[in-house]
Design a protein. Sequence first.
Length: 273
Amino acid sequence: MQTLSSPTLAVLTKIAVMRLKTAIITGLLAADLDRFITEDSSKERLVQLTLMNARKAAQKGDKDAHRGLLAFAKELTGDFRHPDTHGPESLLFQLRDALLADGYDLQWEDPAIRKPDGLFGRIEIDQGPIVYHIRPTEAPGAEMAQEITALEAQLDTAGYDVALNHYKQAIDNLNHHNYEASNGALRPMLEELILRVAHQHGYLGTQKGGAAVNWMVDQKKVVPESWGRLLQGAWDISHPEGAHPGRSSADEARFRMVLITGIARRLLQHAES
């Protein structure tokens, strides 16, 4: 099975060796990776060998080893107060980029409230620690069906319950090899999302889907014009073949899932900016 890559393990090692050795072992215990410890030498060697052993097991189909690697990555973020482009915190951005290449998204929730403070800029009211999440960027396979995806989290945060429900149905059907039904649930998800975003930015039309996309492109609302054409293309491919028996293969359904998931995530990011 696909698991974390060497660049990602390298960043995890860089972060881990900033800890005391006893803290590293505790972190491996928390992630249930202690069974892969084969050598008690330097901190760097200890982490490298343990993570590589866990990856070998994951590649052979050990799902717990894969989950353990993700759990260790999340556990390591607990040492950081806030992402920063300078100092040790810059490693969070390296980890985020490495995880994205592996199909995972590192996100953080900052509960701090920042308010204007006259001549002195902004003051921060601390509301508690930052919470980090690692979520798959696309619909997971059946072995990870219980994990929440990045798009599910975005839809939930935005309050798009109808779109979220359609998306969950699409994922469930894909995991159970009901490819036509998965395609059929993706289209209303995308349409609901497009319509909700367009309405929030001034669209008053009664037509749905394509008309709302065209409005955003023509009015230069929400999305850049060039990217809007990509959104139009994604909307167009959500129609052909659709939820008709025998007209969708596993490969086509997964491609459609990956493409529309990425388009939906980007649309939400544009809408929030």
